[in-house]
Write a protein of this length. Structure first.
Length: 75
């Protein structure tokens, strides 16, 4: 099959990468603000800059979409 397909990020859509982050791996000042959570979700730019930390995966995707980003999960 030789059908060309333009992926949204190739048509000007910016991508946001969403990944889980262990709270224990974050700086102590951030850890003190999270309460009982053990995992947060980080939203990163295409260049790898951390844009936000949120409490759940669904919120990370909503946040990215609200800022005109196309969220994808990274492991």
């Amino acid at each position: 099959m030789d059908t060309e397909f333009e992926f949204p990020h190739e048509m000007g859509q910016r991508i946001a990468y969403v990944r889980s982050v262990a709270v224990k791996d974050l700086p102590k000042d951030v850890q003190s603000q999270v309460g009982e959570l053990t995992t947060l979700y980080a939203v990163h730019s295409e260049e790898g800059e951390r844009l936000a930390l949120v409490s759940d995966r669904k919120m990370a995707f909503v946040l990215a979409r609200q800022h005109d980003l196309d969220p994808v999960t990274v492991h």
